[in-house]
Design a protein around this ligand. Structure first.
Ligand SMILES: *Cc1c(COP(=O)(O)O)cnc(C)c1O
Length: 377
């Protein structure tokens, strides 16, 4: 048995006002879904993200992706291009709608969707007579994707972009906050994300119409009538007023959380960059990552596993990078456009403990284990 307390990869970190806002929901009996906390949380996220963001609070980021694709009229037999290097939730909604994902590999500068491969994929699908209906691009680990390039290609072919910003709340691209850089964006407030409502998400758009459609679909698609009248399939995807209280408090401390996560990154990089086989993902000019998770590329699969197991032994949680979706049993039969970048990152990459509540002692404890492995390698 270890004498140490366990260090988690990315645990929740509450501020000081969450309980107050939740208590308001109780005191005013706004326990039922919707209510003032939802509206206030939508307004404060809108002003945080800026760029005239219209925000619909939802039960999860996945629900946001599902609604985004539904609003873009994705359905049976359609094809949707999706970044391969991501969490499965980026692509699952494509299957909910019985459409076909087409996976596109990453580029080395950002680890996100490679613009050159994206254009290749679009061309090759058009040749097959299947023009993609949408593009799902992801700001992985908080690092923005090349939004100008991706948007430019999307516009050239007239294909809307869905921005999966689940991991990138607080990140910026050329000075603009991630989440509202595309046709429709989503963020997540799941328990492991940079801020959390325990579970939740939001859909964002510059287009008020899209927000209203999202709210309509998320509340069972009720037509305007005194009785329950339905001419569309609806969903129960709205955020509860209790959880929105947590969200209001969390948003107040988001910038502190970003600063703490970026300090984690700097700590790891400053102490580990000296080892020849170790490298970190730098921010290209104009890119500002929230550093949701600090990721490190090791020299080999073997070294990555040595590091991971040595940390596990000391009750320190680390995790390999996302396994590319084109390698996942459920997704590997679908078309793809690959260059090997995401597969190599998966083989050698490791996510380090990145919580905003890590203490100096925690970080020293983690560093000691890592340095021990690297010195003896
Ligand atoms: C967490 C996550 C999601 C899903 O968000 P939930 O709120 O957990 O449904 C989608 N995409 C990415 C990249 C994520 O990391």
């Amino acid at each position: 048995m270890s004498k140490n307390n366990k260090i988690y990869l990315s645990p929740p970190h509450l501020g000081s006002n969450e309980q107050k806002y939740v208590a308001e929901a109780f005191a005013t009996n706004w326990i039922a879904p919707l209510g003032p906390n939802v509206t206030l949380f939508e307004e404060s996220l809108s002003s945080y993200v800026g760029n005239d963001a219209q925000v619909a609070m939802l039960s999860s980021g996945t629900a946001g992706l599902h609604l985004a694709l539904k609003i873009l009229d994705v359905g049976l037999g359609d094809e949707v291009i999706c970044q391969s290097f991501t969490f499965s939730a980026s692509a699952n909604p494509i299957l909910y709608l019985r459409a076909t994902p087409v996976f596109v590999d990453s580029e080395k500068d950002t680890w996100n969707m490679c613009p050159t491969l994206l254009e290749k994929a679009i061309e090759s699908r058009i040749k097959e007579g299947k023009k993609p209906k949408a593009i799902v691009a992801v700001h992985l680990y908080g690092m923005p994707y090349k939004a100008n390039e991706i948007n430019g290609i999307a516009q050239k072919y007239g294909i809307p972009v869905v921005e999966d910003s689940a991991e990138a709340l607080g990140s910026t691209y050329n000075g603009q906050k991630c989440g509202n850089l595309a046709h429709i964006g989503i963020v997540s407030f799941n328990g492991n994300k940079i801020i959390t409502t325990s579970g939740g998400g939001a859909l964002l758009s510059k287009d008020k119409d899209i927000k209203e459609k999202a709210v309509f679909l998320a509340t069972q698609a009720r037509d305007d009538a005194p009785h329950y009248q339905h001419s569309h399939v609806g969903y129960n995807y709205r955020m509860s007023n209790v959880l929105a209280g947590i969200g209001r408090g969390q948003l107040e401390v988001l910038d502190d959380r970003v600063a703490a996560r970026r300090a984690n990154f700097d700590f790891y990089k400053n102490h580990l960059d000296q080892f020849e086989q170790i490298s970190f993902l730098e921010e290209p000019k104009g890119f500002y990552s929230n550093r949701w998770l600090t990721t490190m590329v090791t020299g080999s699969y073997k070294q990555r596993e040595q590091l991971r197991l040595a940390m596990l032994e000391e009750e320190i949680e680390s995790r390999p990078l996302w396994k590319p979706l084109h390698e996942q049993p459920i997704f590997k039969k679908y078309p793809n456009q690959l260059n090997g970048v995401s597969s190599t990152l998966f083989e050698k990459g490791l996510c380090l403990p990145s919580g905003s509540s890590l203490t100096d002692d925690d970080r020293s404890r983690i560093l000691e284990v890592i340095v021990n492995v690297l010195k003896n390698d």
